[in-house]
Design a protein around this ligand. Structure first.
Ligand SMILES: O=C(O)C1=C[C@@H](OP(=O)(O)O)[C@@H](O)[C@H](O)C1
Ligand SMILES: C=C(OP(=O)(O)O)C(=O)O
Length: 435
C-alpha cells in the first residue's frame, strides 16, 4: 500500500550492485499520467467508468482521494480494475495534492465546477512548484481563488456550480500540466475553452498529446492543429473503460540496467500503439548503445555493457532526465543534456540535485540554466540524497549497479509512482524476476 502521508520516516537503502549481466522480464505498473487523466475524465463522465490495470501509488491514490473529496465515487479496492462513478461535485472539501503535479494542476479546474469552497495543499515542497499560471488562467475565466502570493499552494477554489469558460492566455513554459489541467475539465465548462500559450516553449509535448488523445477517446471535440493553441468544445464526456498502459517512465531505470550491465530487460504487455513517447525513448537508448525491439514478448532493451555519452534536448521527455543523466555518468564519453530548465520545478530542483549528488560520487558535472554537462570519471560509493524525488532514487539505483556502496538517503520516495520499486529492483538484480 502506498504511503499517503508526507511525514513517513526516511528509508535508507543500499543500492544493489550487479555482478553479472541482468536478464529480466518484468511486468510493471500502469502509467501515472494515463491513470491521472483517466480518473479525471471518468469523474466528469456521464456514467460509471473503469480503469484497467491502473497505477496504484501515492500520486494516483491521492488523485482518487481528491476526487472522492469532491463527491465522486471512486473505488480502488481491486488492483486490476478501479471504478469511478460521477456524482455532482460539491464543496466544502479539502484536496491533499501530496507532491503530485498532476493533482495540483488537474484538480483545481474540476473543483471550480463544484458548488462550494475547495482547499488544496500538499507536501512542503509542493508549495514551491509552479502553479501561478493556472490559477491566473482560472481567475481570468471568472473563477474566484485565494492563493499564496505566487498563485500557488495553499489555495482555495470557490466553486459556484459551473465555469463559463472561453478564451484564456497562459505561459505554460514551467509545465505542460498547466495546459493539460485546463483542457481536461474544459468539456464541462459552459463555453469550453480556448487555451493560448504565450512564452518560452511548453515542455513535455507528448504529455499534451496524451491529454488530447484521451479527451478525444472520451468523446470531446479538441482542436490542436495550431501550435500553442488548444480548443476544447463544451460537451458530455462518455463513460468508458480505460486500459492503462505500463508506465514507460517508470520502466526506464529497469531498461537502463540492461545498458549498464550488458544484459537484456523486457517489459511485458507493451501495446502496439502507445500514448507514451516510446519512439523518442528508443532513439535515446539506441544512441546510448542499446538495441531496442518490440515484439510479442514486449518491449526489450539489450545493452553491450558499454554506454555511450548523449548530446540531446530532452524537453519532450524531461522526466527521464535523472535516469539518462545517471547513465551518462557511466558512459564512455561526455554528455550534454539540454532543454530541461523547467525540471528545476519538479519534485525538487532536479538539475541542482543531480549535479550535487553526482559530484559527490566523483563525476565531473556542470549545471547550466537548462541542463547538465556530464564528463564521466571513476565513481565511488557514498550517500546519495534523494530529495523526496522518486526519479533521483531511480538514478542512484542505476549508478549503484556499477558502483558499490551507493547509499540512498531514502528509497521510500519511490512510493510516489512505484511503491514496489525497491523489491522489484532487488529481485531484478538478484535474478529473481520472471524470466
Ligand atoms: O501530464 C503529465 O502527466 C506529466 C507531464 C510532465 O510534466 P512537465 O510538463 O511539468 O514536465 C511530466 O514531467 C510529468 O511527470 C507528468
Ligand atoms: C515530474 C514528475 O511528476 P509530477 O507529475 O509530480 O510533475 C515526475 O514524475 O517525474
Amino acid at each position: 500500500m502506498a504511503n499517503l502521508t508526507a511525514t513517513r520516516p526516511p528509508q535508507p537503502w543500499t543500492a544493489p550492485t550487479a555482478s553479472d549481466p541482468i536478464t529480466a522480464t518484468l511486468r510493471l505498473p500502469g502509467s501515472k499520467s494515463m491513470t491521472a487523466r483517466a480518473l479525471v475524465l471518468s469523474a466528469l463522465g456521464t456514467g460509471p467508468s473503469t480503469l484497467l490495470r491502473p497505477l496504484r501509488a501515492r500520486d494516483t491514490e491521492l488523485m482518487a482521494g481528491g476526487l472522492r473529496a469532491l463527491g465522486v465515487h471512486v473505488s480502488i479496492a481491486d488492483d486490476e480494475r478501479w471504478l469511478v462513478r460521477p456524482h455532482p461535485l460539491h464543496g466544502p472539501a479539502h484536496v491533499d495534492v501530496g507532491l503530485a503535479g498532476t493533482i495540483m494542476r488537474f484538480v483545481p479546474p474540476v473543483a471550480a465546477l463544484s458548488d462550494g469552497p475547495v482547499t488544496f495543499d500538499g507536501d512542503p515542497h509542493a508549495r514551491k512548484r509552479p502553479l501561478g499560471p493556472l490559477t491566473g488562467a482560472l481567475r481570468s475565466l471568472g473563477v474566484r481563488i485565494d492563493s499564496a502570493p505566487t498563485g500557488g499552494l495553499p489555495l482555495t477554489v470557490y466553486g459556484t456550480g459551473g465555469v463559463t469558460g472561453g478564451e484564456v492566455v497562459i505561459d505554460a513554459s514551467a509545465s505542460s500540466q498547466l495546459v493539460s489541467g485546463l483542457l481536461l475539465a474544459a468539456p464541462a465548462f459552459d463555453r469550453g475553452v480556448v487555451v493560448r500559450h504565450v512564452g518560452p516553449p511548453v515542455p513535455s509535448a507528448p504529455h499534451l498529446r496524451m491529454t488530447v488523445q484521451m479527451l478525444r477517446a472520451a468523446g470531446a471535440a479538441v482542436d490542436d492543429s495550431e501550435p500553442d493553441v488548444w480548443t476544447v468544445e463544451p460537451g458530455r464526456l462518455s463513460a468508458r473503460s480505460w486500459p492503462i498502459e505500463p508506465d514507460l517512465s517508470g520502466a526506464v531505470p529497469f531498461f537502463a540496467a540492461a545498458l549498464v550491465t550488458g544484459g537484456s530487460v523486457t517489459l511485458r504487455d507493451w501495446p502496439r500503439s502507445s500514448a507514451q513517447p516510446v519512439d523518442t525513448l528508443r532513439d535515446l537508448l539506441a544512441r546510448m548503445g542499446a538495441e531496442v525491439t518490440l515484439d510479442t514478448d514486449g518491449l526489450t532493451v539489450r545493452g553491450t555493457g558499454t554506454v555511450h555519452g548523449l548530446d540531446a534536448d530532452l524537453s519532450d521527455v524531461s522526466e527521464l532526465t535523472p535516469v539518462l543523466a545517471a547513465l551518462a555518468t557511466l558512459a564512455d564519453s561526455p554528455s550534454r543534456l539540454s532543454g530541461v530548465g523547467h525540471i528545476r520545478g519538479h519534485e525538487t530542483d532536479r538539475l541542482a540535485a543531480l549535479a550535487t549528488e553526482f559530484t559527490a560520487l566523483g563525476a565531473d558535472v556542470t549545471e547550466s540554466a537548462d541542463g547538465l554537462e556530464i564528463r564521466p570519471r571513476p565513481l565511488r560509493g557514498t550517500t546519495f540524497r534523494t530529495y523526496d524525488d522518486h526519479r533521483l532514487a531511480h538514478a542512484a539505483a542505476v549508478i549503484g549497479l556499477a558502483v558499490p556502496g551507493v547509499e540512498l538517503s531514502d528509497v521510500g520516495c519511490t512510493s510516489k509512482t512505484m511503491p514496489d520499486f525497491p523489491a522489484l529492483w532487488s529481485a531484478m538484480v538478484a535474478g529473481g524476476t520472471d524470466r
